[in-house]
Design a protein around this ligand. Sequence first.
Ligand SMILES: Nc1ncnc2c1ncn2[C@@H]1O[C@H](COP(=O)(O)OP(=O)(O)O)[C@@H](O)[C@H]1O
Ligand SMILES: [Mg+2]
Length: 506
Amino acid sequence: MNENIPIALEARNITKRFPGVVANDQVDFTLKKGEIHGLLGENGAGKSTLMNVIYGLYTADEGEVLINGEKVEINNPHDAIDHGIGMVHQHFMLVPVFSVTENIILGSEVTRGTTLDLNKARQDISRLSEGYGLKVDPRSIIEEIPVGVQQRVEILKALYRDANILVLDEPTAVLTPQEADDLFRIMRELTEKGVSIVFITHKLREVMDIADRITVMRRGAVVGTTTPQETDKQGLAEMMVGREVILEVEKGPASPGEPVLNVTNLSVNDDRGIRVVYNVSFEVRKGEILGIAGVQGNGQTQIAEALTGLRNAASGEFSINGKKMPSGSPRRLIESGLSHIPEDRHRHGLVMSYAVADNMVLCTYYESPFARGLRRNHQAVLENAKKLIHDFDVRTPGPLVNTGKLSGGNQQKVIVARELSRPVQLLIANQPTRGLDVGSIEYIHNRIIEERDKGAAVLLISAELDEIMSLADRIAVIYQGEIVSIHQTDQITKAELGLLMAGSKL
Ligand SMILES: Nc1ncnc2c1ncn2[C@@H]1O[C@H](COP(=O)(O)OP(=O)(O)O)[C@@H](O)[C@H]1O
Ligand SMILES: [Mg+2]
């Protein structure tokens, strides 16, 4: 980008403190006119805080914001909008039962006489959506359209208010790869028409693909600003994490022993009573990682639920270390040496309103040393938490903070810490790194391999083929509820796996 391009937005020396944390520490940031500026950082780095300050949702403790070179006072989103700033949040702020048009005009008056002129609004919206390649039907009801389209509505809402600076906070987190490509195309189109975009993400590939410049934040501070031409994924990862990061997992060969998990002719139904897993049989041996590769929704969720006691099997059976396991008994499974990293950490992994320390003993709270009889030993619970927070590098203001307050990556580390802090015979890890940043992914991958090398049997379920290929020693492919085939990882290619996952024969 040309050095002489004017600066649309500048944040100078922004400091924002929350109790126990400096979320922004003297942050400087500039956005040039018409650029896509990637704001990259791990969860909790301070990206959203910076943009919330600029958008007037938070008041900075120090620092100032300049628009087109002039200092401005932004005390609320209204002020921000008046200065041409629009923001699309991580969680959308649309009214589900209203139409696209109603949502877009909500809060900005389009009146003719005293009645809302919906027709005119609809025309304006159609014009905008055509002009920027943002396809939506103004008449659709929000709750009936896909997430990717809802996001376009949020963008249109900002454009409708004449935003020429657009902040997108982790917009791809909720999108499929195809939807993300569409969004990138729209972003390009917007910048060609003079809109300047701040694109927040923690995904290296995305900023390398789409950003003109990249600013990296770590622990509340700006580490530096660079461009995709000047750096690469490795370089960015190091800036984000503050140390060298191994993007490829390093692992030695497996030395599998006796089978730990034996699954025989397992069939499972879903919530509606429809059969989604058919006669599945496999084993996972001591000291090996078996990966289940498959497109999301092919029965892998229900297999994991059946094997972790969250769902009854329809037929078939499974055993751990030769002992037949009853259906639907998580506690019995835990006592047999099962550790479980669940797919849905909000529903099955954590109680968000509990302190971190309590979540760290969620499955063992009734055992020594955390309880003696009915009496709970607070000191032991606290000591356990302090040790795990340190060992597993959980970023939290303290052990007594509500788990819901932590970033997603750190919530996941709480689960991993709890599940791997007792002796593991069988680890079932379902989408263990979904939505996490590189530092946390690397950490969790290494921990899983460590457990394997200590002799655990690991069943890894992941929709990320790269994750399966780099961790698993053997790979089972699931398609429409059946295991199609099982392969040694070093004897199959990614392309072949992709074909099998799509239902083709090799
Ligand atoms: N409203 C808030 N109250 C207390 N702490 C907050 C609040 N918002 C953010 N934080 C803390 O500030 C830090 C930065 O968070 P955030 O800006 O959301 O990071 P990012 O968007 O990079 O993931 C984190 O430690 C987070 O817990
Ligand atoms: Mg954020």
